[in-house]
Design a binder for this molecule. Sequence first.
Ligand SMILES: NC(=O)c1ccc[n+]([C@@H]2O[C@H](COP(=O)([O-])OP(=O)(O)OC[C@H]3O[C@@H](n4cnc5c(N)ncnc54)[C@H](OP(=O)(O)O)[C@@H]3O)[C@@H](O)[C@H]2O)c1
Length: 430
Amino acid sequence: LSDSLNIGIAGLGTVGVGVVKLLTEQQALLRDKCGRPLNIAAVSARSRNKDRGVDLGAYRWHDDPLALADDPGVDLVVELIGGEDGVAKALVERALAAGKDVVTANKALLAHHGTALAEIAEGNDVSLNYEAAVAGGIPIVKALREGLAGNPISRVYGILNGTCNYILTTMRETGRDFGDVLAEAQRLGYAEADPAFDIDGVDAAHKLAILTSLAFGCPVDFGHVHVEGVRDVSALDIEYAEELGYRIKLLAMASHTEHGIEQRVHPCMVDADTPIAHVDGVFNAVVAEGAYVGQTVFEGQGAGAGPTASAVVADLIDVACGRRAAPFGVSVTRFKRPDPAAMAAHQGAYYLRFMVQDRPGVLAELAGVLRDEEVSIESLLQRSRSADDPVPVVMITHETREDCMIRAVRAIGGLDAVLGQPTLIRIEHL
Ligand SMILES: NC(=O)c1ccc[n+]([C@@H]2O[C@H](COP(=O)([O-])OP(=O)(O)OC[C@H]3O[C@@H](n4cnc5c(N)ncnc54)[C@H](OP(=O)(O)O)[C@@H]3O)[C@@H](O)[C@H]2O)c1
């Protein structure tokens, strides 16, 4: 291993430039760790003339990123373009097929095509490493794939989207509404101009699908992730959560249930004294529970040039040192094929809020609907009284099946005395 590892980097945006900087600034450290230099041989992006704040003069430039896969002077391709299809997918497939190792940060690509790409990598005896794709700088891929490999994993969950966590944290701290805080997050660069992927939960779902495969040794199954985002979380519900001893977080969770593998991303109320309730701002956290190790908690920065470059370079070091694991820990040839669990069969407790006209008999009507669906109430809050304005009625249920709960909430929403859309937030006792 005395020769340098020759690297081709496709994509020179936030992550790409972060990787170039780390590799150039830490050359000596990396040479010591790997016993050979990590050498940037070639790069590619859309526009050659853009000033990226780094000197790219010493590297071969390819207008077409696919040329990196064909470049005989490139041993390993780093894909930092992004997108589930298109040029990123074509490049990764071509590089793996050409016998080159691949490192990527692309969660969308892996969520949609992870199993097929792992198959190509394994078939060609090369690495497909993607530490930066899940929770940025947190080494959770390595933790599940290697550090916790001796454990059957029962559950993995976390806060996987910094934008949503920043918005929910700021809403709680300031009492402001979602739209207002989102606009501020966009001004500060914590949310994209088009924030849909983040705030609708899709980005967290991409990462969860990858974690599920790593945790349970099964194909990446993005299609069966139940996804809800944070657009409908209101300042009022955050206030009630606080009062009830909870915090609202966008959690991504995968677990083994009696119905199969359950994968879900949605706002949750979590007990205010759990570690995950205190992961605030743009930070991410992942909790993995193993049969022998018990609970492990990982926290750190989930995005940004530094944390993602840290993860990408760790993947490069593994290749340079000749360490290779199957992309998802277990070879695709030995994947289990568990059933996906339907969300309708989910069991849990729920927070419900209805805006009702304050007149006699309304609570009895609500109670009647809940009784018909066999939903039992643990506690009820109805504080303010007003002759004219609707008042909030807040309920916490005992453990209930999701389909019963949804039917009851729909029926209650249809009552004359109930105004607007009822709010339902699942409660997780972690
Ligand atoms: N940003 C983060 O904090 C973060 C964290 C974890 C994972 N990721 C993942 O890392 C990847 C890159 O993200 P990023 O934030 O660095 O994106 P970005 O800043 O938008 O950079 C994308 C780069 O890809 C290049 N590119 C786009 N289309 C191309 C094409 N058709 N051919 C050649 N080059 C093309 C762009 O070239 P030009 O510069 O010339 O336009 C740009 O340099 C994505 O998969 C993302 O999900 C990002």
